[in-house]
Design a protein around this ligand. Sequence first.
Ligand code: C2O
Ligand code: CU
Length: 462
Amino acid sequence: GHSMMGGNSSGRAQRNSDTDVPLKTATTAAKRLAVPPILKPTKKSGDSVYYTLKAEAGTTTFKPGVKTKTMGYDGSYLGPTIRVRRGQTVHTKVVNQLNQRTSLHWHGALVPGKADGGPFEPIAAGKTKQTTFKVDQQAATLWYHPHAMGTTASQVYHGLAGFMLVDDQNSQKLNLPKKYGVDDFPLVVQDRTFSKAGQFDYQADYNADGTEGNTLLVNGTLNPYINVTTNQVRLRLLNGSNARTYHFTLNHGATIRQIATDGGFLNQPVKMNQIDLAPGQRAEVVVNTANATSKNVALRTNGQRVLQLRLHSKRTGSRTLPVKLNHLTPTKQLNQFGLKHQTISFSGMGRMVRINGRVYNPDRIDLTAKPHTNQIWNLTNNDSMMGGMDHPFHIHGAQFRILSVNGKRPSAAESGLMDVVNLKPGKKVRVLMSFHDRGIFVYHCHNLEHEENGMMGQVKVE
Ligand code: C2O
Ligand code: CU
């Protein structure tokens, strides 16, 4: 429950870009970026693949000579990358070796409610849980993380998270950088604070409006660099932070094109000056270094360097991108007529966060829907523009399309498949929602402290 948290949090400023914990510049030497290993199946037969993941506690050396107590899957921090193909049937076994309950949620995956790993699928300490689902969605960068009530935010903070990459015929055929760890990097960006003793002290740093750290980690690496040997490099950005929003930019003449959102490819690459990612969101981008004016390009955010790109002088490979990546129906052609409307309004702060005026109740169904049936969800943040805060809306079991943002058509980069959209104070976003499978799915604020404080509801799809 929430009583484990100190009483010192209520007086703190609520979270927004003005009240973010300032990020510190790294003082340790640059280190080569850790790339999570690809998880090997324990068994394969035909289209069936079997995976086992162990949630465990351990220690991780982020700073030279300092052992930080952390949690990870099959290791001490983060987890391996699970790489699946559309059409496969995935059998997973999650072993909880922690001394507290957990769950494992496939964020962004279009799976039935019973395989979703949300708050009603907890795994008690020492127990194992098996699930099966069929991969039936487009190629995308998805992720997994715990989702049990009361332990989600602290377990993610301590390191429980990993990537699940979906491939399909389109992604295999497209001429894009796709050599994992060579020109195609998963990057989970997180902010953490190290105590004087070099530990993560979640309770001391807890903020009911979002726990932030003062130090950036990418794939668990402090002050990371990558060697860039190709003209183009693909970065699969994931905001794996509890509460901080990032605003990624590149310097020295390197350009960014966004190629995918949460749920898959955009129709065409979109040139971007900045990529904004709220907690839980992903963006796949391709960095073109052909016109870079320095051998050291930096991916930056919030005034700090996230990742150094060390450019080799002889870079090889394609300098262009395919013009067509996907064939999503353009927003203006999406049918909006005669559909059921739902209103989802976020309000409040700290421990008083609400959706449609209500706090999460696992025994209450808030909304209903039918599988493969479009609905219109009107998402609003009712906080006042003065001093309100962001609420990143996230849905389980669906990838939605944005129809409008404050009454206007979404930008090209907002026109893809999404499972998170950030609601700034006063913002209204209308989306086309369609659930893939039956079951009970939650929707919530992906500021993990808000989620834990009950900013969550549930939809029954049947
Ligand atoms: Cu990434 Cu309901 O979560
Ligand atoms: Cu929120």
